[in-house]
Each structure stands twice: as structure tokens, then as C-alpha cells.
Unconditional design. Structure first.
Length: 180
């Protein structure tokens, strides 16, 4: 584990960023950036995003001790066949289990895992078991909309992002570096 101040006495936290508002992944990336400053080895596993066209993929390559793995197939449209997305999420889940339990990281971010649970790709019971089995010093952050209440109950910290206003409501398209 990292040689950060107090690392020998660190209690790994379970954190959740959820809600309908923008900023869940952005806040997770900010946490990873802060962790770099303390020497934390960080893994970010993205469950829905494909890794194509997202600025954070390029930025993370510049951060020492941070690795990002996109395991998804991209945003899921209403007409999409869900089975390929389910299979991708299951592969991401198998990776997450290995990495969380493997002890090689100080912070693991399961980005958009809440969305994967909401879609039924991964069960809340499976996620709860992983939370309970994680190494004691590992920080674990789960992001995505609609985090199940039973997962929130296991968390040390839950942040709910709620929208008040978004430029898309005024017809302004998604902006590079802001939304992706």
C-alpha cells in the first residue's frame, strides 16, 4: 500500500457518487488526482463507457500510479440489444473482483457500476459481497445513477448529485472537456 501519511492506520472507505446530476465521474477523477498527490495507486474500471473519445482516458495516462480500464461498449441507447452490454459488464465485474481482492491498489473506482446494477447486469447482492470482502485499507468508490439503497447503506459516504440547471436544456450540445 501507499506510503502516504497515516497509511499504516488507514481505514479504507466505501464511497458512492450517485444521482441524476452531472459530476459523478468527474468527482471520482478528482479523487484519483488527489490520491496521486499522496502516492495512492488507483485503478478506475469503467463499466459502461468504451474508452473511445473520452478526455479522461488521455488525461489518466499522464498520471503516475493511476490506471483506467474501459470495459463497456459505450452508452446504451433505447433500441440497443442489451446482451452484448451485459456480457461486457460481466467481464468488467470479473476484473473488478480480481483487482479489489488482489490487494494491488489503494483506491479502486468502479465507474458507472450503479448503472450496471440498475440494468440488471450485476446484482446488488454481488456488489455488497465484494464491499464486505474488500481489504480493510482499500478505498472503494462506486459511481453512477440510481445506486441501490442496500449499497448506499454499506457506504461510509454517499454523495447525491442532483441537477438544478444544465446547458443541454437550453439546446447547447455536449462540450468536449466538459461532458466527455
Amino acid at each position: 500500500m501507499a506510503e502516504a501519511q497515516g497509511a499504516n492506520h488507514r481505514r479504507g472507505l466505501v464511497m458512492v457518487n450517485t444521482g441524476r446530476g452531472k459530476g459523478k465521474t468527474t468527482a471520482a477523477l478528482g479523487l484519483a488526482l488527489r490520491g496521486v498527490g499522496h502516492g495512492l495507486r488507483t485503478l478506475i474500471i469503467q463499466f459502461i463507457k468504451s474508452g473511445q473519445g473520452y478526455g479522461e482516458m488521455e488525461a489518466v495516462r499522464l498520471l503516475p500510479g493511476v490506471e483506467m480500464r474501459a470495459t463497456g461498449l459505450g452508452l446504451i441507447a433505447e433500441h440497443n440489444d442489451l446482451e452484448p452490454h451485459r456480457q461486457a459488464a460481466r467481464r468488467g465485474w470479473e476484473m473488478a473482483q480480481r483487482e479489489v481482492l488482489g490487494g494491488g491498489w489503494d483506491l479502486v473506482v468502479l465507474d458507472e457500476i450503479n448503472n450496471a446494477m440498475q440494468r440488471g447486469f450485476i446484482s446488488p447482492a454481488e456488489v455488497a459481497e465484494l464491499i464486505k470482502a474488500k481489504p480493510p485499507a482499500l478505498h472503494l468508490l462506486l459511481t453512477g445513477r440510481a445506486c441501490p439503497p442496500e449499497i448506499q447503506d454499506l457506504a461510509d459516504m454517499v454523495t447525491v448529485m442532483e441537477p438544478k440547471r444544465h446547458h443541454a436544456q437550453a439546446g447547447v450540445p455536449a462540450q468536449p472537456g466538459i461532458e466527455y
